[in-house]
Design a protein around this ligand. Structure first.
Ligand SMILES: O=C(O)CNC(=O)[C@H](CS)NC(=O)CCC(=O)C(=O)O
Length: 276
């Protein structure tokens, strides 16, 4: 299975972002991608108050545009996240949507861990002021030319909570998605080590499209959108611009890694729902 990550510098201008998403998706399809993944809040990255105004349901016009991208390219599409209307009128969900090549919804994951953090040399973030936390880990199946693959979904700050990924792996995940808007200040020290650790300890492919650059003069994202293999090798990493990066995932290699070093079956401490 060939995957492309889209690295974006999303703005407050919905139309502008959607145009870039489509352009880069067409480029990815031209490179033979089976699955195209967009970063967290690809369609809109702006002030919290504005986010509420653009929020929609899964059946709204924002997700519709990504359904059209899936249909037109014939690819699976991961919409890293978009602001989804929640039952709480003052908060949105931060929602990742997996779409099949027909544009149908295959999975919906609402970000569980919210970024309420005072970043040194950066801003103070209070994601929970405008976002309602999701409750449930989500896995889904992506059907690729080389077979069906179970993928575990997560978003950005979730990356710091390894117990979430253990649960996804216990449910059979061999691919983990981490679409992000990881900050420049935290990313330069933590982005690669955390992605690499999740890949090594869970023996999974890790797909992490990130936002890059300065957004509305208020915050900067680290970029370095990256693909790690189940041994922890970095297969691809994006340069400092809006772009795509592509890699081929090899699931025979993944099985080989898991057989030679069966960490996942050697576990002695942990949740009861581990794979027996
Ligand atoms: O709010 C939006 O519009 C988009 N969402 C985000 O940017 C989110 C919440 S503020 N960012 C993160 O989770 C960064 C995590 C991070 O950088 C770290 O864990 O170090």
């Amino acid at each position: 299975m060939k995957v492309s990550l889209v690295q974006l510098c999303s703005t407050r201008a919905l139309e502008r972002n959607l145009t870039r998403c489509r352009q880069l998706a067409e480029q990815a399809a031209g490179e033979g991608a089976d699955w195209i993944l967009f970063p967290e809040n690809a369609p809109f990255l702006g002030k919290d108050a504005d986010k509420l105004a653009v929020a929609e349901t899964i059946d709204g016009t924002i997700v519709d545009q990504f359904r059209a991208i899936a249909r037109d390219t014939g690819c699976w599409v991961g919409l890293g996240s978009f602001p989804e209307i929640s039952p709480d009128a003052s908060r949105t969900y931060n929602t990742q949507v997996l779409l099949d090549p027909a544009g149908q919804t295959s999975a919906v994951y609402r970000k569980i861990h919210l970024f309420d953090v005072d970043v040194e040399g950066g801003r103070n973030y209070r994601e929970s002021d405008s976002v309602a936390a999701g409750q449930s880990p989500v896995t889904a199946t992506v059907a690729a030319p080389d077979g069906d693959h179970t993928v575990g979904l997560s978003v950005c700050y979730d990356l710091r909570f390894p117990e979430l990924y253990r649960k996804l792996v216990a449910r059979g995940a061999s691919v983990l998605t981490v679409p992000s808007a990881f900050t420049l200040q935290t990313g330069r020290d933590h982005w690669h080590p955390l992605l690499q650790a999740r890949a090594i300890e869970n023996q999974c492919y890790v797909l992490a499209p990130n936002q890059w650059g300065n957004h509305f003069g208020q915050r900067s994202s680290y970029g370095h959108s990256a693909i790690y293999d189940p041994w922890g090798r970095m297969l691809a990493c994006a340069p400092e611009k809006e772009c795509i990066v592509t890699a081929e995932l090899d699931f025979e290699y993944l099985q080989d890694v898991r057989q030679r070093m069966p960490c996942l079956t050697h576990r002695r401490v942990g949740p009861d729902d581990r794979k027996k």
